[in-house]
Design a protein around this ligand. Structure first.
Ligand code: FE2
Length: 182
């Protein structure tokens, strides 16, 4: 990693993740980072990939995330808490509950620039951006996200699909197909 701002955030998040109250401590680190939203957004804009893993160990996984508004990435679980800070644009969490034979839409959480939100370990969400510019965010998960067994869910039936980045992108829908987003 070369960006000192992101490097510093990773160091702070790692300390927070090992603390006695990791959720509160990670949220505090992210809330503090909002004071430099423009600098964080520029650092995230400069990364080559829309989703970039900055760091992962047993205690936390730290990603930069950019989402446009055309595609909605498929519903999935994390099986651990996640804390999200948005620095530019708006990220939308399209929330679902799993029911027998289907997924039920459970509302949308619009996370605007300057907001920090948390999702619990049982949350299921699809994800997209809002408006003309990509959302620019950092997601911090309270565990080794790439090393836990977790699932994507079929949009219609809710059937479990093994999580992989390939499946995550292959199952994306066009925003226009999404009645959940109006
Ligand atoms: Fe997610």
């Amino acid at each position: 990693m070369t960006d000192p701002l992101l490097d510093n955030l990773v160091q702070q998040a790692r300390i927070a993740a090992r603390s006695a109250s990791p959720s509160d401590a990670i949220r505090a680190v992210l809330k503090d980072s909002i004071g430099q939203s423009n600098e964080f957004a520029n650092a995230i804009a400069a990364t080559e990939e829309d989703e970039l893993l900055l760091f992962e160990d047993d205690t936390c996984s730290i990603w930069t995330c950019r989402y446009g508004s055309d595609l909605v990435f498929a519903p999935h679980e994390h099986r651990m808490p996640v804390h999200i800070a948005v620095y530019r644009g708006t990220e939308i969490e399209v929330l679902y509950k799993k029911e027998p034979g289907r997924l039920r839409h459970g509302g949308n959480k619009h996370v605007a620039a300057g907001d920090v939100v948390s999702l619990g370990p049982d949350a299921i969400h699809a994800i997209t951006g809002e408006g003309d510019i990509q959302s620019h965010a950092i997601h911090i998960y309270e565990g080794p996200l790439t090393r836990v067994e977790r699932h994507l869910f079929d949009w219609t039936t809710g059937a479990e699909v093994e999580f992989s980045m390939e499946n995550f992108h292959a199952m994306a829908r066009n925003r226009a197909e999404m009645k959940e987003l109006g």
